[in-house]
Design a protein around this ligand. Structure first.
Ligand SMILES: *[C@@H]1O[C@H](CO)[C@@H](O)[C@H](O)[C@H]1NC(C)=O
Length: 655
């Protein structure tokens, strides 16, 4: 038997004898004194010194000399050979920081008092306990052996080698079947660590706006969970008692889609805006309340805002772009709507309106229409109309203008339209106009258009432009004098080509002498001229044609009064006419003459038109001959004639 086991010897008499016997046991012939001396049983807990030859004797109680001897039994008490190092858990890998126990197990060691000896390759030999507790670390890696010692002279063999390998704390990995929880759906997360069945799994989540981490699942042996909430997730494995945790896994962010829809709208609703304008971009979310969300914008804003409005103030090129937004739940920032559809905002350079005037000349009974045009006319523009007056004080290349608002175009909707009608009754004189457009709140204005003129042949009370020689057509290199006729040096001769290049009249040489301008033109042109003063306004306007050919028409510069005689002439640059001169009105030959003159005894409205003359295959330019209705409906001579006739009749009656 092995050391530490117990054994019972029984002393039996052969059948046939009565029961009046007492028993004594012997080892190696020595009497064993036992408590139950007379009992037929001897029980022993085995120690090595109990090996030997056992025998029992039976004495008859009535005749003590009567003894019977038993057979011999040899008992040898053996010490076990087999010590073994056992780990508390059959884990395939031990990790740094884990608490483990190692026991020295002796087969058949029973309850006897063993003393344990340990041997190790590590630097720290365990204490002489049967079970040793170790806090695993890299230093615990090594080989271990143990043996048991029963007394100074007997011990087991050394156990087989127990290899203890400690590695660094593991870090699980998390995988998700998808990163986005669809509306009404869920996502499966898997936590992976080596030897998965040895662990329990712990799940954690945080939501970003609350720093606190929530425990989602604790100590499940399944390493998979299904989630329906967005957030940042991570897991840990745990085992043993007290629980040893792995490192935390890396974080995985799971977004959640809500069914609400985001959309971007503009206020005001202008897809094209201009540099400097102010516009509000709004993110609208269907369903739910406004204060439930934080709003995220993609480029060009790239920002998260607590309110749904983004104001583009003083827009510039960089404000152009495709605006998109989404809403995130304030309570759970990982729950969001889809990105809205794109709303494109284009920021353009401020437009300059273009003003057109039709017709350009005022004539009785016909009104003039001015139109102000801006790109994207539908986009909320209102138009403002101004009279443009040149500012001659600054002698810059370009004329500066001062603008005076035409009454009420600010307050009156009718006058803020894109066109303005000028009636000849309301506007008698030549005048410059300009327009600009405005919209929004605060009001944003475009630049002023280039000024445009409505010309009138009617003279200004203070100034009247006269031309010398007094005809509409002139030869190049001939001197033409334009006289403003007023009594102030403030008057300037104006012509459209001068408006934007005041000082350089490269095609002219001119002498400005007070209010008289003498010019010699070297290039052919047809232009309108008038005089203008900052304070007095404009004189009448005249057409002047400069011709580089040999033949010109001699026609009046000013409109002729109805009923007055008019003579049109034809003039050669040099020499005399050698054949007939033809006069044409509106491209139709009306007269052939040798004298080179066409006489109209009394001008009427029907004489108005374009005239030219032709001589030996050469033609003059054509000029407009205007006929002006006289101020009263009856011709003056007729009134005088009637009055004189009446007086003569009275006189005759008296006589
Ligand atoms: C000047 O010429 C234009 C056409 O070219 C004509 O309509 C206008 O009446 C002319 N003005 C005068 C004062 O003749």
């Amino acid at each position: 038997l092995f050391l530490g086991e117990s054994v019972t010897f029984t002393c039996n008499m052969t059948a046939g004898y009565d029961s009046n016997w007492s028993y004594v046991f012997h080892r190696n012939g020595q009497h064993i004194v036992s408590k139950s001396d007379v009992s037929k049983f001897l029980q022993l807990d085995l120690t090595t010194d109990l090996s030997g030859r056992y025998q029992c004797s039976a004495y008859h109680k009535d005749s003590p000399g009567f003894i019977k001897q038993s057979n011999n039994i040899t008992l040898s008490v053996a010490v076990s050979n087999q010590a073994n190092v056992a780990l508390q858990h059959d884990w395939s890998q031990i990790y740094s920081g884990e608490a483990i126990s190692m026991s020295c197990e002796i087969k058949g060691g029973g309850n006897s008092k063993w003393e344990y000896e340990w041997r190790t390759t590590t630097s720290k030999p365990p204490s002489r306990e049967r079970t040793v507790h170790i806090r695993a670390s890299v230093f615990s890696s090594g080989d271990f052996w143990c043996r048991g010692r029963a007394d100074p002279f007997s011990s087991t063999e050394w156990s087989q080698t127990c290899h203890l390998r400690v590695s660094d704390k593991p870090r699980p990995t998390v995988r998700a079947d998808k990163r986005l929880i669809p509306v009404g759906g869920n996502v499966t997360l898997t936590c992976s660590v080596d030897n998965p069945t040895e662990w329990k799994y712990y799940w954690f989540r945080h939501t970003g706006n609350i720093s606190e981490v929530q425990t989602v699942d604790e100590g499940k042996s399944e390493n998979v969970i299904s989630i329906s909430q967005g957030g940042v997730y991570y897991c840990q494995g745990g085992r043993g008692s007290p629980v040893f945790f792995t490192e935390e896994s890396h974080r995985i962010t799971i977004e959640k889609r809500v069914s609400n829809m985001a959309s971007v709208s503009l206020r005001p609703d202008w897809p094209v805006i201009y540099s400097g304008e102010t516009i509000t971009v709004r993110c609208e979310i269907s369903g739910g309340r406004n204060n439930e969300w934080v709003y995220e914008w993609s480029k060009p804003i790239s920002d998260t805002l607590p309110t749904n409005e983004y104001r583009i103030v003083d827009a510039s090129e960089s404000s152009s772009g495709n605006y998109r937004c989404l809403g995130r739940n304030k309570q759970d920032l990982y729950s969001s709507t889809e990105w809205s559809d794109i709303t494109t905002v284009t920021v353009s350079a401020a437009p300059t309106p273009v003003l057109t005037v039709s017709p350009s000349w005022l004539s009785p009974g016909a009104s003039v229409t001015l139109s102000c045009e801006v790109e994207h006319p539908s986009a909320g523009w209102r138009f403002y109309w101004y009279k443009a007056v040149p500012d001659f004080r600054e002698h810059s290349v370009q004329i500066r203008w001062s603008y005076s608002l035409i009454n009420d175009s600010f307050n009156n909707n009718r006058n803020s339209a894109a066109s303005l009608t000028v009636s000849p009754e309301g506007q008698k004189q030549t005048a410059g106009f300009t327009c600009r457009a405005g919209r929004g709140n605060p009001k944003y204005f475009t630049d002023y258009s280039e000024p445009k003129f409505v010309w009138s042949a009617v003279s200004h009370p203070a100034a009247s432009l006269s031309v010398s020689p007094d005809r509409e057509q002139h030869f190049t290199s001939e001197s033409v004098t334009l006289n403003c006729g007023g009594n102030s040096t403030e008057w300037r001769v104006m012509t459209p080509s001068r408006i934007y290049a005041w000082s350089s009249l490269y095609s002219y040489s001119e002498k400005v002498n007070g209010f008289t301008t003498e010019m010699i033109a070297y290039r052919p042109s047809t232009a309108v001229y008038w005089c203008e003063s900052e304070s007095e306004g404009c004189s009448n306007a005249v057409n002047i044609t400069i011709h580089d050919g040999d033949l010109i028409l001699v026609s009046p510069v000013h409109p002729v009064n109805e009923g007055d005689p008019v003579t049109l002439g034809c003039e050669l640059r040099t020499g005399n006419f050698t054949s007939t001169v033809g006069f044409y009105k509106n491209d139709k030959l009306i007269q052939n003459t040798v004298r080179g003159e066409l006489s109209i005894p009394a001008a009427s409205a029907s004489d108005e038109g374009f005239y030219r003359c032709e001589h030996s295959g050469k033609a003059s330019p054509q000029s407009w001959v205007a006929v002006k209705a006289s101020s009263s409906s009856l011709p003056e001579s007729l009134i005088i004639g009637l009055v004189v006739g009446f007086l003569l009749t009275v006189l005759l009656v008296i006589v």
